[in-house]
Design a protein around this ligand. Structure first.
Ligand SMILES: Cc1cc2nc3c(=O)[nH]c(=O)nc-3n(C[C@H](O)[C@H](O)[C@H](O)COP(=O)(O)O)c2cc1C
Length: 344
């Protein structure tokens, strides 16, 4: 059975979303938090607060005494200097596993040489991998990471094939293969494609064959059928990372985990499970209560709760989806939610 990892989506998979999902739908092996970035020369406070808002005790590798869920924070950096500052901030907070983003296609990041924008710079990536080597070793690493008796920090990478060409990923692969990475997640598109357009499965397969680290596939998975297909097609795959598919169908990971061996051989893409809407309302309630406690005024609260529904469009009636989206006042929003409750 493949590991199922929840992909980070800035603005959607917030701390409270991850917590509510883990408690109500479950089935996910680890939640990757949206990236922590630099702002005015230091780690962005808002990103750090989001990480702290949930279950810090269970952060990083879940330890035996922790019944919580696993959260892996992520950083985005354009140089080894930025990388060190951000990694140190997370290590100081006790995280034992950190993901490095080399895939974000947003022009704001790419133009600053971050995310997919760093893929064409072998030298910068080499320097970051050298730093990872240092931080991963108990002898040479950062002092805070190597307090006597504590495990070294693990680093993984989430990347695309390139910003402009898949040659970028293949030029980096020897460097990545040499680095002590715990995993690579590959989204087989180019940065210039953003999140649309064809997925390059030929390049994915070549990368899969040549990559020495556990490899996780990411991109456009929306059904159990597709997860089973990946499992069958790529026997040494370490897992799948799912973003929009899990936001649209939060039960997807648990449904896959619940399949018996016999079921797994057949392709299925069933209707949502019976308790789906009950769980969805439960999850919504947690997020709604949190937004009311944390933010002030209808528009701030609404922008947080409306984003919960955005990817759920395929799972809920169109008419109600539109009402939720259009609501400009909290009272209108609540009316739409009540209407949907009536349908469930
Ligand atoms: C709005 C939005 C925000 C995202 N934020 C992040 C992020 O912070 N870090 C990251 O690695 N990927 C980010 N991604 C990319 C997703 O993690 C994922 O790679 C992408 O959505 C493709 O997977 P999917 O088809 O399963 O959704 C973001 C994507 C979207 C659409």
């Amino acid at each position: 059975m493949l590991k199922v990892l929840f992909a980070p989506l800035q603005g959607y998979t917030t701390g409270i979303y991850r917590k509510a999902h883990a408690e109500i739908f479950s089935g996910v092996d680890a939640y990757y938090a949206p990236f922590l970035r630099m702002e005015n020369g230091k780690p962005r406070e808002k990103d750090l607060r989001d990480l702290e808002s949930t279950n810090a005790k269970c952060a990083g590798f879940a330890d035996e005494n922790c019944a919580g869920y696993k959260v892996v924070p992520q950083i985005i950096a354009n140089s080894v200097d930025e990388f060190k500052i951000l990694a140190d901030a997370l290590i100081a907070k006790g995280y034992k596993e950190i993901d490095f983003n080399m895939g974000c296609p947003f022009p704001m990041q790419v133009n600053r040489h971050r995310g997919a924008g760093i893929l064409s710079d072998k030298q910068a990536v080499q320097q970051i991998m050298d730093e990872i080597e240092k931080q991963s070793s108990t002898e040479n690493g950062n002092a805070s990471a190597n307090v006597k008796g504590t495990a070294p920090v693990k680093f993984s990478v989430k990347m695309r094939l390139g910003q402009d060409s898949p040659d970028e990923a293949f030029a980096l692969l020897p460097i990545l293969n040499e680095a002590p990475l715990s995993q690579i997640t590959l989204h087989p598109r180019l940065g210039k494609q953003q999140y649309k357009g064809a997925i390059d499965f030929n390049s994915f397969e070549q990368f899969y064959n040549e990559c020495k680290h556990p490899l996780v596939y990411n991109g456009d998975i929306t059904s159990i059928t597709q997860i089973c297909e990946m499992e069958r097609k790529y026997p040494k795959l370490a897992g799948v990372m799912i973003g929009r598919g899990l936001l649209a169908r939060p039960s997807l990971a648990a449904e896959y985990k619940g399949l018996s061996d016999t079921n797994r051989a057949v392709t299925l893409n069933s209707a949502v499970p019976q308790d789906f809407f009950g769980k969805l309302f439960q999850m919504h309630q947690v997020i709604f209560d949190y937004a009311c406690k944390t933010y002030q005024g209808d528009s701030q609260i609404l922008s947080h709760v409306q984003s919960f529904w955005e990817y759920l469009e395929p799972s809920i009636p169109k008419k109600i989806f539109k009402k939720i989206k259009k609501a400009g006042k909290l009272s209108e929003y609540q009316e739409a939610i009540m209407e949907m409750r009536g349908l469930s």
